[in-house]
Every structure is written in structure tokens, then in C-alpha cells.
Design a protein around this ligand. Structure first.
Ligand code: ARG
Length: 456
């Protein structure tokens, strides 16, 4: 039996019922739904709407419902259109008519908004823990490679030498911002809609501050009409997840490129690589492709849900039921991805020799210009001079360091004997010792800061 049958002379069409039912996916909110109901029963007693004994009976009945769900013994019945309906129906079977008092002053509109916020707050905490583990894996690997040099790229073209640690740590900081976004989304979630009724508030003196506090919210919502249809928290969290996934997708792309034999900078552990059913030599980085691929799906969840929101009139509308599958899917996708991405990083092998072999002297062209700047040449001119030197070296089929000093002097008289010192990748990296730079000391500095954040 539905919760709203009184006004109708005929039951809903079966196909509409199937379309309308959210129980197939919102049953995972059972714990939050029941917690909300227990607190609400106490609030009704506090307001004198039901007796303390009645509240106790309801709470005992709800405990039994929880046990049935926990043990996977809960039996769905005809008419259980969503988790709220199912829980109330079962409660009333267990405790009798008094169960019918629980919904006094409450609507599924404030109920679902409350349940889903609670669920999202917990999900955000779970994802944050997993992100921390991934960051720790990055730091552990980076610590071993502050002196391992590799080409840094812009436009995917060789640019300047950096260390493998510097490359790895760049993702730590992206994830640090992602965590911050997740935390701030969670902070905005912690506002309790329960007590807003269907849209206009409650005529019963339920203590909304107390309800909010008992459920772990920071405060009750300030406007009941807003509260029942505010799904900012869903969009916030989807966005936080999306950007985090976009960062990890970029990391995945780097790992895919660097593990390609043409680069050979890194090797994925066997457990996190896959083979080909046809080509015996293949070693594919499928986990990274899944990270990249599923990011598209996550972005779809966000844009899809924003489209759902944008045209809604005030108050609750059934469109809002779309919030759940979008966020459930996004959270579940991340829950599956993050441990695998973390383990892939944890077991990544850095091939120091291949990285070193990829260091070509053109990566030192900026250092050569900086050398001329050190000898008084304006940078713009130095840039031009070194451009000519690079072209000359290419024409002669020589590397920069192979060019005789006389040839260099032919391009600019500023060159002198000590130019030889410039042709060192270690020196190049060491020079970039500004805060946040690629110099080993600077990278050890960021690692120390990262570790302090991990342990705080
Ligand atoms: N299953 C619904 C949802 O997820 C619960 C709220 C239903 N409210 C209503 N007025 N029909 O949005």
C-alpha cells in the first residue's frame, strides 16, 4: 500500500510505478533513514506530540528494522516505493498503529534531504581517507627519487630537467586541493533539513537544533522551502569528485606515456598491468585507462545533474530523485578506482637509467641563456643567441657541449671557458632552488611540508 493512497480511487499504473520507484537504488540509505527517524521520534516526544513510551516503542521497532537490513533479511513489499516508505511500512507491521505517528509534521521531502546529506557526509569522509592514502603512496615513492632526474615536459616536448620526485609530488598538491574541496563541500552539507516538513516548516514544536546536533549536523537549515529542494551539496560533491578524477586522469595519462617502451621511465607492477589475449608481448596499463575513462563518466554525472537542477521551480520536485544515482555512481566509481590507483603508484617501478638516458642537452638551453645573463647579457638577447647556438649544433650534427668554444664565441663573444660547467643536468636541477622548484633541496622541502600535512 502506498503512503498517499487516500485521495485516489485507482492504484498507479504498473509501468509508472516502476519508473517512480527509487527503492532499487535508495535502499542503501536505510541506516541514515532510520537514524533520522529515531531522532525524530525523540523530537516528537520532546514536543509532546507522542508520549515517551510511544517514542521508545517506535525506536525499538526501528532497531529491529535496522537489524533486518543489516542481516540482509529485510523483505520488500508491494508499494515500497522508496526507502522511507519501506521503513515506515515495516515499522508499522512491527509496532502497530503507533508507527503511523512517526511521520507527524514530517514529509519525505525533508526526510530524503536529511538522509542523503548524512550519507554524503559519510561518503565524503570515506573518500577523503582514501585520498590521503593515495597521497601517502605518492610521497613515499617521491622520497626515494629526489635525485632521480628526468626530462620535464611542456607541450609534451622536452623542456627542462626535473626529478622524478618533483613530477610525482605535483600530483600530491593537486590532491591536496581536491581534499580541501571535499572538506568544504562537506562543511556546507552539514545543515539539517529535518523539521522543514513538505515545504513550509512544522507546526509541531520539534527542537530542530537538537535534531541537527543529534544527527551530527552543524545546524538546522534556515529556510524550509530552500531546505527541501537544496541539492547544492550533491553538485558540490560531484564537482569535487570530478576535479579530483580529472587530476588523477592526468596522472594516469603521464603513467601511460612514461610506461610506454618508447619512454620506459616507469614499469607497472604485474598485478596492476594487463595482457593481451592475442599479442603475447603486451603489457597494458589498463588501470590507468580506466581512471582516464571513468573520469568521463564522472563528468557526465555532474553535468547531467546540473541540467536536472537548472529549470526546477521552487520546492521539491520529483526531478530531484535523480540526485541519488548520480552521486551513488560517482562515489562508488571513486571507491573502486582510488585503491587501485593508489596501489599502482605504491608499486610503480621508476627506471632511473631510462630517465637519465632521456636527458638530452637541449634541456639545458635555458641554462645556457641564464649563463649569458649571468655575464651581463639581457635575457631577450641571450635567448636569441642560444637559439642560434641550438640551430648551429643541429646543423653540425653535434650536441651543445660538443661545440668548440671558438664556435660559441663566433655566435657571441660573451661565451667564455667556464661555459663547460653549464652542461650538467644535476647543476641545472640544483639551480632551481626557489620555493617549489625542482632542485633536490626544494623538493625535499615540499616533501617535508607534505608529510606534515599527512600527519596533521
Ligand atoms: N524518493 C524520493 C526522492 O528520492 C523521496 C521524496 C519523495 N517526495 C515526494 N513528495 N514524492 O526524491
Amino acid at each position: 500500500m502506498s503512503l498517499w493512497g487516500g485521495r485516489f480511487s485507482e492504484p498507479s499504473d504498473e509501468e509508472l510505478r516502476q519508473l517512480n520507484d527509487s527503492i532499487p537504488f535508495d535502499h542503501i540509505l536505510y541506516a541514515e533513514d532510520i537514524e533520522g527517524s529515531m531522532v525524530y521520534a525523540r523530537a516528537l516526544a520532546g514536543a509532546g506530540v507522542i508520549s515517551a513510551d510511544e517514542a521508545e516503542t517506535i525506536i525499538q521497532g526501528l532497531r529491529q528494522v535496522t537489524e533486518e537490513f543489516d542481516a540482509d533479511r529485510f523483505q520488500l513489499a508491494e508499494g515500497d516505493e522508496d526507502i522511507h516508505t519501506a521503513v515506515e511500512r515495516r515499522l508499522t507491521e512491527i509496532v502497530g498503529d503507533v508507527g503511523g505517528k512517526l511521520h507527524t509534521g514530517r514529509s519525505r521531502n525533508d526526510q530524503v534531504a536529511t538522509d542523503f546529506r548524512l550519507w554524503a557526509m559519510r561518503a565524503a569522509d570515506g573518500l577523503a581517507d582514501e585520498l590521503r592514502r593515495l597521497q601517502a603512496a605518492i610521497v613515499t615513492l617521491a622520497e626515494q627519487h629526489t635525485e632521480t632526474l628526468m626530462p620535464g615536459y611542456t607541450h609534451l616536448q622536452p623542456a627542462q630537467p626535473i626529478s622524478a620526485a618533483h613530477w610525482l609530488m605535483s600530483f600530491f598538491w593537486m590532491l591536496e586541493r581536491d581534499l580541501d574541496r571535499l572538506h568544504s563541500a562537506r562543511r556546507r552539507m552539514a545543515v539539517c533539513p529535518l523539521g522543514s516538513g513538505a515545504l513550509a516548516g512544522s507546526p509541531f514544536a520539534v527542537d530542530r537544533r537538537r535534531i541537527a546536533a543529534e544527527l551530527g549536523f552543524d545546524r538546522p537549515s534556515a529556510n524550509s522551502l530552500d531546505a527541501v529542494s537544496d541539492r547544492d551539496f550533491v553538485a558540490d560533491m560531484l564537482y569535487a569528485i570530478c576535479l579530483c578524477a580529472a587530476h588523477l586522469s592526468r596522472m594516469a595519462e603521464d603513467i601511460l606515456i612514461y610506461s610506454n617502451p618508447a619512454f620506459g621511465f616507469i614499469t607497472l607492477d604485474d598485478r596492476y598491468s594487463t595482457g593481451s589475449s592475442l599479442m603475447p608481448q603486451k603489457r597494458n596499463a589498463d588501470p590507468m585507462e580506466l581512471m582516464r575513462g571513468k573520469t568521463g563518466r564522472l563528468i557526465g554525472n555532474l553535468t547531467g545533474f546540473l541540467s536536472t537542477l537548472k529549470g526546477l521551480p521552487s520546492g521539491y520536485n520529483k526531478d530531484l530523485q535523480e540526485d541519488k544515482e548520480a552521486l551513488f555512481d560517482a562515489v562508488e566509481t571513486m571507491r573502486r578506482l582510488l585503491p587501485v590507483v593508489g596501489a599502482t603508484v605504491r608499486h610503480l617501478r621508476i627506471n632511473e637509467d631510462a630517465m637519465e638516458a632521456a636527458l638530452t642537452e637541449d634541456l639545458l638551453a635555458t641554462d645556457l641563456a641564464d649563463y649569458l645573463v649571468g655575464r651581463g647579457l639581457p635575457f631577450r638577447q641571450a635567448h636569441h643567441v642560444v637559439g642560434s647556438v641550438v640551430r648551429l649544433a643541429a646543423d653540425r650534427g653535434e650536441s651543445l657541449s660538443q661545440l668548440p668554444l671558438s664556435v660559441l664565441k663566433g655566435v657571441s663573444t660573451v661565451f667564455a671557458e667556464d661555459v663547460a660547467a653549464v652542461f650538467s643536468f644535476e647543476r641545472s636541477a640544483r639551480q632551481r632552488n626557489s620555493i617549489g622548484g625542482a632542485a633536490p633541496d626544494a623538493v625535499r622541502g615540499q616533501i617535508a611540508e607534505a608529510k606534515a600535512r599527512l600527519s596533521s
